[in-house]
Ligand binder design. Structure first.
Ligand code: FEO
Length: 404
């Protein structure tokens, strides 16, 4: 029933597509679904690389059975214990009672905590190897990319890196899993959104992993979500390097605003016009009440410039802007050029707080923040337009430091 999808001789992709779930981790929208990737290696010993969400265990087991028939699985390599991958481990243990769980001490603590599994453990350490017969797996710790127990597994015959969440994307895999056989265009934004939301807080650990990987000759990267990378390897590693150094991909500006009755929005429009009038083409305006924070966050990782606008709401920042600020703060995003704006009716508070946010994040504040009382009249519109121009001028002066 299931077609075999080889990664290499006797290595198979056996992941599943989740087209039902609306939210990853119950809060990140999945408009294009997500895949949970697992791989099966057949050698003198049989090894699974990671598992899948428990809701897909039946399809997953059918895929394993279609390849192995009645042959048992000897090892489960657990690169990551988050339940989107590890959910099916309890059922795997029931299906293969003698299966050896391969992980580190932190993996085993979680295996015990989630499943009560305390036996048949095969502990690996940084750089240690496991022979499956002809093939050998070597393990590299990748703590905090995305959880503390995470590791990456390298298969040295065909130079395949099983990278856990690193290099993963949102989006299902439609028809195949390898970047040489499917169009990767639809994954470009979802690769970044996945990074921004899941890994984005952990820039330094990601840099540490990239440093380790630089000594390996990798021909295929097999992550736990989204396409496996072969022809795009250099690109995805370059992007991971940029994002984990909090370096912008392109020159451009995100303007994120909240607005109850349209006045703060008018300031956003004026600022954008000012920026574009100076020749900056990449300007994206987001209404935070309409666009999910994860999509805005993704573009904040993409562009150097960020301008945030908020009305004063109950003597504070607008709630949906608070949500965005919190997401930014959690990721510890560095090196952004920043400004802000806002409106109020009887007493202003939001712009003052948004201005202080620059210092909180260690960002450069470009231009004078614009604060508007009640309706936006032409002089204030002009002030906002001027802020856009000042901001653009500073962005242009930084051109030399943006990688292209
Ligand atoms: Fe895809 Fe951190 O789990």
């Amino acid at each position: 029933m299931y077609n075999k999808r080889p990664v290499a001789d006797n290595i198979f992709y056996i992941g599943v597509n989740d087209r039902q779930k609306n939210f990853f981790e119950n809060y990140l929208p999945l408009p294009e679904g997500i895949s949970y990737n697992s791989y099966l290696i057949i050698d003198e010993k049989v090894a699974l690389i990671d598992a899948v969400d428990i809701g897909f265990a039946d399809v997953y087991f059918a895929k394993i059975d279609a390849i192995l028939n009645d042959r048992p699985v000897d090892y489960l390599i657990i690169n990551h214990m988050e339940p989107d991958h590890a959910g099916a481990i309890g059922l795997l243990k029931q299906k293969y009672p003698a299966i050896q769980m391969v992980g580190n001490t932190r993996t085993f603590d979680m295996l015990n905590g989630y499943f009560g599994i305390r036996t048949h453990l095969h502990e690996v350490k940084e750089g240690s190897s496991l022979s499956l017969g002809k093939r050998t797996l070597t393990f590299y710790a990748a703590p905090m990319v995305h959880w503390p127990e995470v590791m990456a597994t390298f298969e040295s015959t065909d130079h395949i890196l099983f990278s856990a969440d690193a290099f993963g994307s949102f989006g299902t895999l439609d028809g195949d899993y390898l970047d040489t056989r499917i169009s990767v265009e639809r994954y470009r934004n979802e690769l970044r959104r996945y990074y921004a939301c899941i890994v984005g807080k952990f820039g330094a650990p990601t840099q540490a992993l990239l440093k380790k990987l630089s000594s390996l000759e990798i021909q295929t990267i097999c992550p736990t979500h989204g396409p496996a990378w072969r022809q795009e390897i250099k690109n995805v590693i370059r992007l991971y390097d940029q994002w984990s150094r909090y370096e912008a991909e392109e020159e451009g500006v995100v303007i994120a605003f909240g607005s109850m009755y349209g006045n703060t929005q008018q300031l956003a429009e004026a600022i954008a016009e000012g920026i574009v009038s100076r020749g900056i083409k990449n300007v994206v305006i987001y209404n935070v009440s309409k666009t999910d924070t994860s999509l805005i966050l993704s573009d904040i990782f993409k562009y150097k410039g960020l301008i945030i606008g908020s009305p004063t709401y109950m003597n504070d920042i607008y709630p949906m802007i608070e949500k965005l600020l919190s997401a930014i703060k959690h990721r510890g995003i560095k090196n952004r050029l920043y400004s802000c704006f806002g409106s109020f009716t009887w007493a202003g508070a939001a712009v003052k707080q948004l201005t202080a946010f620059a210092a909180t994040m260690g960002w450069e504040l470009a231009g004078t923040p614009v604060e508007n009382k009640q309706a936006v009249f032409p002089d204030k519109y002009q002030e906002a337009f001027d802020l856009g121009q000042t901001f653009a001028n500073r962005l242009i002066s930084l051109r030399f430091s943006i990688s292209r």
